[in-house]
Design a binder for this molecule. Sequence first.
Ligand code: DC
Length: 259
Amino acid sequence: MTATSERLLDAPLSALGAHLHPAIIAIDGPAASGKSTVGYRLANALGYLYFDTGVMYRAVTWAALTRGIAITDEQAVGELAHSIAIDLLPPQPGQQDGRHATVLVDGEDVTWLLRAPEVERNVSAVSAYAAVRAALTAKQRAIAHRYGRGNAERAGIVLVGRDIGTVVVPDAPLKLYIDATPEERARRRHRELRQQGKTIDYDQVLADMLRRDHIDSERTLAPLRQAPDAVRLDNSDQSADVTLTQALDALRAKIAQST
Ligand code: DC
């Protein structure tokens, strides 16, 4: 072991984040794989901004639905993606309702509206449109590079999505691909829905999960794929704590390699 890697093993986590250049961590994976949990905890541990890019696709879907734009009208939905302002803010004091970030669309707080079943049902179709992807990828890349180069109020950024390591920031020095079996992911989603008081069959949740996996990974544009240089973490049979430890180990190994 070199002196640098020995020092990294003992370094406080916030100091560790200062060693990554650019300070960008890309996390991809299928729905309910636990990527948001590990991404959020990793960002907090390092003092980085947490950026869940899925909310942008949800924001465009929500805006189309509330403005009466047909989801099948690709051109109109694409124009909407270019014209609306989507802002993300860290939760403010008093907003202790479980949110990881506040999402504003043209100034309106839509954080929880983005989780509505109607948005859930239509977001895969919206995220397959070329014009939507072009608009949102450009916004995500600009944010990633601003934070990654140290020109923002946080030391770096963790982006979570489906195409972060392959398309949005292929230059990210650390890429993680978080996975779990479809059955385990459906169990987690089913538990979440029941906790929210919703009565729904496990088999229905599993069928919806497989349908979404299929759309997300088979679409022509930016399909869900593990980047060749991503570290794959399967958390089907392990806790979020163990996955976080593995993610931090991958970060230490990456920094030790480049110093
Ligand atoms: O992670 P999520 O469930 O909030 O994502 C919502 C939808 O957006 C999902 O169908 C996948 C899509 N998405 C995408 O295509 N690219 C991303 N970078 C993030 C999400």
